[in-house]
Design a protein around this ligand. Structure first.
Ligand code: NAD
Length: 329
């Protein structure tokens, strides 16, 4: 229990929400973060802690109760009947152990996890009708996103047509490789334009463009990891990824179905070591209950699925960051 009074907590909670809302606005709407993620995460976790100790202070508009992004009114809105949620996160192996214990307690037995890299980009939904790409949209506020179909048509690894006439929705991460990011920033620097803070913001700023020709010039990629309402016969997360791969989606092939925490901790250690040498940025490791039936059973809170969690890497060496202020079109 926090060692402060309700009045003190009220004041601190109000200040934290104001600060976090400002940072979230810069990060999600302007694609130009004002602080490093770990600074944001620390304040966010303090807010979570206070709301846990003083539940009477929880309000639906708190950043802990909603997905962070806002929709830019310049874009056509796209409703997400199945919300695009955020993800809970932990910062230590001990907290992962607690997550696993909670799952086991709820499910009544040990479960296997599909363990995946957490790609540092922005979520993207792709909708196909009869095998043709009809619509692409951002996560937005989780319920409603932004229509970026014209932009997605210029992302080379997104199939415009599928080998079968399927009507499906898949979701994944749109990202910019380290190489494409370095090249883009070098060009911008040469042309006297401000450079992007990091590949995540470069990806978001390049996808969320009203003029798709700008997106065309940027070298964006995707990793697709979710099949929304997959057909019967697909019963696990790893199987869904395999099937999406066969359909021509760009999927990340490093994911593994793992049964024990020791194996999961080894995977974390392996990718903590390999992280810098990967051609794209990752900011953690995601554990997803592999069995889709159990996922359904566990469900979600208003903000995060209960069946998945991100283990976030400790912050990297701080770098001097120059922000891009020309994110709009
Ligand atoms: P998040 O980005 O931490 O996690 C959820 C997202 O992870 C999903 O929406 C998806 O897009 C992505 N993801 C990547 N790989 C995935 C995979 N394999 N499987 C499933 N999803 C995958 O959550 P969020 O709500 O988008 O953002 C919160 C985080 O953003 C904070 O923890 C903070 O680090 C950062 N943030 C930073 C600032 C800042 O000012 N620096 C401001 C706001 C938010």
């Amino acid at each position: 229990m926090a060692d402060i009074t309700l009045d003190q907590a009220k004041t601190e909670v109000a200040a934290l929400r104001k600060q976090l809302d400002e940072w979230a606005e810069a990060y999600y709407s302007k694609d130009a973060p004002e602080v490093e993620d770990n600074v944001y995460d620390q304040k966010y976790n303090r807010l979570l802690e206070l709301e846990k100790d003083f539940p009477e202070l929880v309000t639906p508009d708190s950043i802990t109760q909603r997905v962070g992004g806002k929709i830019d009114t310049k874009f056509t809105k796209v409703a997400h009947p199945i919300p695009m949620l955020s993800m809970g996160d932990v910062f230590s192996k001990e907290e992962l152990r607690e997550f696993d214990q909670r799952i086991q307690k709820q499910v009544g037995h040990p479960v296997a996890y599909n363990v995946e890299l957490k790609i540092d980009g922005l979520s993207l939904s792709l909708e196909y009708q009869n095998g043709r790409l009809m619509r692409a949209s951002t996560r937005g506020n989780g319920q409603v996103g932004e229509d970026v179909t014209a932009n997605a048509r210029f992302i080379r690894d997104i199939p415009q047509t599928l080998p079968k006439p399927l009507t499906i929705e898949v979701r994944g991460e749109c990202y910019m490789s380290k190489e494409a990011f370095a090249k883009l920033n070098a060009e911008r620097d040469e042309n006297g334009k401000e450079v992007f803070a990091n590949p995540r913001n470069a990806a978001a700023g390049s996808l969320r463009q009203l003029d798709a020709k700008v997106t065309k010039k940027r070298d964006l990629s995707t990793f697709i990891y979710t099949w929304v309402n997959p057909p019967e016969g697909i019963t696990s997360q790893h199987q869904a990824i395999e099937e999406m791969h066969k359909l021509g989606f760009h999927t990340n092939q490093t994911g593994r179905k793992l049964e024990t925490l020791d194996e999961i901790f080894d995977f974390i250690d392996e990718y903590t070591a390999k992280r810098d040498s990967l051609p794209y940025c990752i900011d953690g490791i995601v554990l997803k209950v592999d069995d889709l039936g159990i996922e359904q059973e566990l469900g979600s809170t208003v903000k995060v699925p209960r069946w998945e969690i991100a283990y976030k890497f400790p912050p990297e060496e701080q770098e001097t960051v120059v922000r891009d202020i020309e994110w709009t079109v």
